[in-house]
Design a protein around this ligand. Structure first.
Ligand code: Q46
Ligand code: ZN
Length: 303
């Protein structure tokens, strides 16, 4: 790990990653051992490594898998789900909740995207909105204090780069390792791996014997975040530690209140249908979108 001028053997590395995660959990006050944490798992290395680490550290961590119904020619969702099943089977006693979007809402993500304005040929917006809603709902209904995602430093630095490049000060004000609960009953959102490089979480998964899906979601191809990651990788190549410095420097500036003026208080209302927060009067974006999808699909079915 050139950025830390540190080289570890397998057994020390397997201790070092949980130590780093523990330090982040403590430093940013993410959750305690008395609280229940819901880990959103996708079948990829980061989220499965995170779940493994939290269990090893003795946290009360349950998993949530959201079946998106994405095939993309590689059976992406089925393959991801299979990796998670294997992970759970190898750890008796752990708990996983599965929400299949098609079963619950009547259409897979790609089909929903084709049937709404929001999709416009790319399902990511529909997908993001749906995942956020489901994660909030399961965390709220299950009484979880925190919702943990496997975002790593590369993810966070890429988002930060995008937000800075476009001077999205409102987003900058909200970006961080912990997003406090914005609404009654909602869980805070936390990212215990936010200071770990992607290659470190990948190495951890490999060394810990965690089998994960190597393929990215087929719809991720061409995303601007991937382009931003490439730009940052070039910086990192020449200056080891550049990404970490960029992100930690931002967190310090944020802590010092640099973005405080941008933190305008948006009045949050409650969606009358699902009870989740929304900034608009009436139904939230999630409920409006799925009403539209279900109406369209229903129309097609009756033709
Ligand atoms: S899963 Fe969903 Fe991502 Fe696939 S459809 Fe797009 S948003 S790329 S994290
Ligand atoms: Zn709603």
């Amino acid at each position: 790990m050139r950025q830390h001028k540190l080289a570890l053997c397998k057994s020390h590395f397997l201790d070092w990653i949980p130590e780093q995660a523990e330090r982040a959990i403590q430093k940013y006050r993410m959750f305690t051992r008395d609280e229940r944490v819901l880990v959103a798992v996708s079948g990829g290395k980061d989220s499965l490594a995170l779940w493994d680490v939290l269990l090893k550290l003795g946290y009360q961590a349950d998993g949530l898998y959201i079946g998106l119904g994405i095939d993309g020619g590689i059976g992406y969702s089925d393959a991801s789900h299979e990796k998670i099943r294997q992970f759970v089977a190898a750890r008796p006693g752990i708990s996983l909740e599965v929400v299949d979007v098609e079963q619950v809402y009547g259409a897979s993500i790609p089909v929903a995207a084709e049937n709404t304005q929001r999709g416009k040929g790319r399902p990511c917006s529909v997908c993001g909105l749906t995942k956020r809603h489901v994660m909030n709902r399961v965390a709220r209904d299950g009484g979880y204090a925190a919702l943990a995602t496997g975002h790593n430093l590369d993810d966070e630095a890429a988002v930060l780069f995008g937000n800075t490049f476009n001077w999205q000060v409102g987003y900058l004000a909200r970006q961080g390792p912990v997003l406090p609960a914005s609404h009654e009953g909602l869980a805070r959102k936390v990212k215990p791996f936010c200071r770990l490089y992607e290659r470190e979480t990948a190495a951890y998964a490999l060394l810990a014997g965690i089998d994960y899906i190597y393929d990215e979601c087929p719809y991720a191809v061409g995303a601007t975040s991937i382009y931003h990651k490439e730009v940052l990788a070039r910086l990192e190549e020449e200056r080891p530690g550049a990404k970490l410095q960029f992100y930690l420097g931002f967190l310090r500036a944020r802590e010092a209140g640099v973005f405080q003026t941008a933190q305008e208080e948006v009045a949050l209302l409650t969606c009358p249908t699902c009870g989740q927060p929304t900034t608009v009067e009436g139904q939230c974006a999630f409920c409006r979108m799925w009403d539209q999808v279900q109406a369209r699909i229903g129309m097609v079915a009756t033709l």
